[in-house]
Design a protein around this ligand. Structure first.
Ligand code: PGA
Length: 253
């Protein structure tokens, strides 16, 4: 792994204040694993409380609205999550694309608003099983990403992370091979170089996500182009999440 690995937990619609003990345990252990950048994205309701608990790890949001504020019942703006203590936001997760009809254009607008508010973004992409079976995974992911990436981003290396998450691998226990992940990440890297230039692109980490567990993390993270992991189910307990962080710490520079 050429860059400092980034391991991000996505708690999805899980977590009440009772789970702040997991946040604390993850944070304290991460202080001894400085080689790895660790972050958690709890639900909106826990961002502020989690932010108050941590000394080392980052806290982020799983989504934000593209608007600045106003008459939009139930929505939360980028400035609001920043104010609650979020440093980053996950955007374009397949569960939002599918369950909330988020198009690439919507994701791109959200990305622009988040960046304007000062949030780093983790932009998700990934193909369905049907698209992979049809041999079109790379073309699909590249067009999804190029339509979702914000224009004119000057400091991509600092502000942008990509998460490649094949939909068929999320929560299923199935994963692509290391070679398939490596090939997709190289194609994504080429797109990022085209979009933001070689120098900025070098610092952009491309995470893999989809059924990452402590026992497969070392292998899934082994390709040089894999800059870390976006972890769902296995991030809900400190024990399993830290198993993944430990695996990332073992990968030679
Ligand atoms: P999973 O989810 O680790 O439970 O497969 C990953 C994600 O959706 O980010």
């Amino acid at each position: 792994m050429a860059v400092r690995p980034f391991i991000v937990g996505n708690w999805k619609m899980n977590g009440t204040r009772a789970m702040l003990s997991e946040v604390r345990a993850i944070d304290r252990a991460s202080q001894r694993l400085m080689k790895v950048e660790v972050a958690l994205a709890p639900p909106f309701t826990l961002i502020h409380a989690a932010h108050k608990e941590v000394e080392q790890i980052g806290v982020g949001a799983q989504d934000c609205h593209s608007g600045d504020g106003g008459a939009s019942t139930g929505d939360v703006s980028a400035a609001m999550v920043l104010d609650a203590g979020a440093k980053f936001v996950i955007l374009g997760h397949s569960e939002r694309r599918q369950g909330h009809d988020e198009t690439n254009a919507v994701v791109r607008t959200k990305a622009a608003s988040a960046l304007a508010a000062g949030l780093r973004i983790i932009l998700c992409c990934g193909e369905s099983e049907a698209v992979r079976d049809a041999g079109k995974a790379e073309a699909f992911v590249l067009s999804q990403l190029s339509e979702s990436l914000p224009d004119g981003l000057q400091n991509a290396s600092e502000m942008l992370t990509i998460a490649y998450e094949p939909i068929w691998a999320i929560g299923t226990g199935r994963t692509p091979t290391v070679e398939e992940i490596g090939a997709m990440h190289r194609a994504i890297r080429a797109l990022i170089v085209d979009s933001y230039g070689e120098e900025q692109a070098q610092g952009v980490r491309i995470l893999y996500g989809g059924s990452v567990k402590p026992d497969n993390a070392l292998e899934l993270l082994s390709d040089d182009e894999v800059g870390g992991a976006l972890v769902g189910g296995a991030s809900l307990s400190a024990e399993s999440f830290l198993g993944i962080v430990l695996a990332a710490a073992e990968i030679p520079d």
